[in-house]
Write a protein that binds this ligand. Structure first.
Ligand SMILES: Nc1nc2c(ncn2[C@@H]2O[C@H](COP(=O)(O)OP(=O)(O)O[C@H]3O[C@H](CO)[C@@H](O)[C@H](O)[C@@H]3O)[C@@H](O)[C@H]2O)c(=O)[nH]1
Ligand SMILES: [Mg+2]
Length: 195
């Protein structure tokens, strides 16, 4: 992908916060389509990149989801407990390595065969993160524990094994409101992986 460097110049950054991750304010000059340069400023929150996986079972026609508290949405009129596919931040690992470990930590299922689906920027106006999307087939034999996440990091994750029809219905009713999870559920449906 070609970056249009010639349209961006004089980029300067100012650190606003580095408490957990970093929030910076950038100023730059932007070359508009009409040929004029415009001075702009934008804030960008950098928490690294992430990965997500939807575990599915073709025989049972089920998916494995998690339910956990998310403070930012609690502050925004949601009860706070969000239904999501298993997901985590990469830290220094590869997306493949990280997501298999994260799937086991959060759901208890150890998966060794995963399929990459796509990559997407989830909030490009303000967050630098790119998310790597995967699906993986699980069976009862893959269960190694109860999941739940890392209590010492404050995680207290419920594991849900749902019929796929229930997950699809929950997208329509708004019971599932997490974008990455909706994208993966729709991917399974669009590609007739589950019915
Ligand atoms: N103390 C503290 N801990 C934090 C903070 N922000 C996150 N954490 C902790 O950092 C850990 C991150 O857990 P992961 O499982 O690695 O990440 P995630 O939050 O599930 O991220 C996934 O979902 C996000 C939301 O959709 C995605 O943005 C992300 O890419 C990834 O897929 C959690 O234990 C969380 O409590 C913070 O500001 N302060
Ligand atoms: Mg997580």
């Amino acid at each position: 992908m070609k970056r249009e460097h010639q349209r961006i110049r004089h980029v300067r950054e100012e650190l606003l916060s580095d408490n957990w991750y970093t929030l910076k304010k950038y100023t730059f000059d932007f070359l508009r389509q009409d040929g004029s340069w415009q001075h702009q400023s934008r804030e960008a929150y950098d928490r690294g990149h992430g990965a997500v996986i939807l575990l599915y079972n073709k025989n049972k026609n089920t998916v494995v989801l998690t339910r956990q508290f998310r403070l930012p949405i609690y502050l925004n009129d949601h009860c706070g407990f969000l239904i999501e596919a298993a997901a985590g931040l990469l830290d220094q690992s590869s997306p493949e390595e990280r997501i298999m470990a994260e799937a086991e930590e959060e759901t208890g299922f150890r998966i060794t065969q995963i399929d990459k689906v796509f990559e997407a920027y989830m909030s490009p106006g303000s967050v630098t993160e790119k998310l790597y999307f995967f699906i993986g087939e699980y069976s009862d034999n893959n269960r190694r524990g109860v999941g739940g996440g890392l209590a010492e990091e404050g995680e207290d994750i419920e594991v849900l094994e749902w019929p796929f029809t229930k997950a699809l219905h929950a997208v329509r009713t708004g019971e599932i409101m997490d974008a990455k999870t909706i994208m993966l559920i729709q991917h399974l449906a669009l590609n007739s992986i589950l019915q």
